[in-house]
Ligand binder design. Structure first.
Ligand code: CP
Ligand code: NVA
Length: 308
């Protein structure tokens, strides 16, 4: 069963071929209306369940549109409205859904929920974000970097802010795609050691640098994300803002990176908190290409899962 659960648990050669296939599919569609079918219709006759236990704009729309372009059909399910939200086990839900659909994408809270779904499903399962990782996002980010600047291998990526789920998948990607990674943020919000260790074990140069201005020197890509994630308690907001204010990505910070450095943010953003509008809408920013590439990267991921 080819589940797409995380970047570090997927074969590096397969990850590479997914990026290349996403880029090829994107260029094959240039100029076509968004709803126009792809020529090859690899998902014809396939039904895909998209389960959301948290809000989503990009993941929801990009998966739905991607499946339709490839000739399949989708059903978007909210966790709360399913029996899953009323006491039915994940395992039973996985077994039942596997009798109706060919592929399951789930966005959930606990990593254990995703693991249990994958363990009991008899169809592939895709991680659409958990509290700990967001692999589809980082596949789109790698694709976006390479589309603009060529191979990401050997480049320096700097993450500023909270060492969260998106940061974790970036560390996995650093190991699998061979780029270096510097985290800059307060110690209390460091990424988990096991994510850092994975990247280092694969040969990536991972640094933790408390001074953001030192961190960005020589950066090819500067990335940030919201200071308060969907799984963080609302009560943490004020403390986090105080801790993270010094790590805002603004024009002064970007000026310390390489002149051709890119800026990314997975969105949704809190403009003028983690990054200023001047940076988000400025010459380094590729945030909307990044959002678009969710569509193309995930189409490649779904094809890989289904052996298409
Ligand atoms: N970046 C991302 O996953 O966005 P959504 O929460 O809108 O899906
Ligand atoms: N870190 C954010 C990413 C949203 C796409 C969250 O988990 O809320």
């Amino acid at each position: 069963m080819k589940h797409f659960l995380d970047i570090h648990t997927t074969d590096a050669a397969d990850l590479r071929s997914m990026i290349d296939s996403g880029l090829a599919m994107k260029s094959a569609r240039l100029g076509r209306p968004r709803g126009a079918p792809d020529d090859d219709q690899p998902l014809a006759g396939h039904m895909v369940a998209l389960i959301f236990e948290k809000p989503s704009t990009r993941t929801r729309v990009s998966f739905d549109v991607g499946v339709r372009q490839m000739g399949g059909q989708t059903m978007v399910l909210s966790g709360k409205e399913m029996q899953l939200g009323h006491g039915e086990t994940i395992a039973d839900t996985a077994r039942v859904l596997s009798r109706y659909v060919d592929l399951i994408m789930i966005r959930t809270f606990e990593e254990a929920t995703l693991q249990e779904m994958a363990e009991h499903a008899t169809v592939p399962v895709i991680n659409g974000l958990t509290n700990r990782t967001h692999p589809c996002q980082i596949m789109a980010d790698v694709m976006t970097y390479e589309e603009h600047r060529g191979p990401i291998a050997g480049k320096k990526v700097v993450w500023a802010g909270d060492g969260n789920n998106v940061c974790a998948s970036f560390l996995h990607a650093a190991g699998q795609f061979g780029f270096d990674f510097t985290f800059t943020g307060p110690e209390t919000l460091d990424p988990e050691q096991k994510f850092v260790q994975f990247a280092r074990a694969k040969g990536s140069d991972v640094l933790i640098e408390r001074d953001p201005h030192t961190a960005v020197i020589g950066a090819d890509l500067v990335v940030t994300d919201t200071w308060v994630s969907m799984h963080d308690p609302e009560s943490a907001k004020e403390r986090r803002h105080n801790q993270l204010r010094g790590y805002q990505v603004n024009e002064t910070l970007m000026a310390g990176a390489k002149p051709d450095a890119l800026f990314m943010h997975c969105l949704p953003a809190h403009r003028n908190d983690e990054a200023t509008s001047a940076v988000m809408d400025g010459p380094h920013s590729v945030i909307f290409d990044e959002a678009e590439n969710r569509l193309h990267a995930q189409k490649a991921i779904m094809r890989w899962c289904l052996g298409k």
